[in-house]
Design a protein around this ligand. Structure first.
Ligand SMILES: [Fe+2]
Ligand SMILES: [Fe+2]
Length: 186
């Protein structure tokens, strides 16, 4: 797959702010991959595609997810969560991505899940800490990402779950399972 043609396609599908976010996530993911011994090429691919469906109409996303028999529970949650699952399908169907690890990294970048691969965690972390993000505690998350992927993933999922609970927002079960797994690990 040509990186250049994916970037051209992203530019068409995303408003400039989101497009720039994707480029920053990609750079962050490549740096983390290099630092922690993950394939830079696969990190780049997963990062480029992670938000490809972010600006799809909710009705079109619903159709796509239903047609592909995606997790029904996802559709009962806010459509903000749907773009990750829709992105996986688009990467597969429109761009011919077949690598299951890359597809899972796209699929679980918003919720996390129990049993994430290193690449999945790396994309989740890069999405949260890319240089354009700014929220209380982000420097600690960036430092954790320097230390290790597992350390950082634990801090990131704790941050995300707390953020939702703070706002009395629903937490998707995959995120709770991800949280439980990380806080139970010694
Ligand atoms: Fe996203
Ligand atoms: Fe993102």
């Amino acid at each position: 797959m040509e990186t250049g043609s994916v970037i051209t396609e992203l530019e068409k599908r995303l408003p400039s702010k989101r497009f720039e976010h994707v480029l920053r996530v990609t750079e962050t993911a490549k740096k983390l991959a290099l630092r922690h011994g993950v394939s830079v090429d696969r990190a780049e691919q997963a990062a480029l595609f992670h938000d490809i469906a972010k600006f799809m109409e909710p009705a079109a996303m619903r159709k796509l997810l239903e047609k592909n028999e995606e997790d029904r529970m996802l559709l009962s949650f806010h459509h903000e969560l749907w773009h990750a699952a829709a992105g996986r399908i688009i990467a597969m169907e429109e761009f011919g991505v077949t690598d299951p690890d890359i597809l899972n990294a796209i699929r679980f970048h918003t919720t996390g899940r129990a049993g994430m691969s290193t690449l999945e965690k790396l994309i989740y972390i890069a999405d949260l800490i890319e240089p354009g993000r700014n929220f209380p505690g982000i420097e600690e998350l960036r430092e954790a990402a320097e230390q290790g992927i597992d350390v950082a993933m634990k801090d990131c999922i704790v941050h995300s779950v707390l953020y939702l609970i703070d706002r009395r927002a629903p937490v998707f079960p995959d995120s709770i399972e991800c949280y439980n797994e990380h806080v139970q690990r010694k």
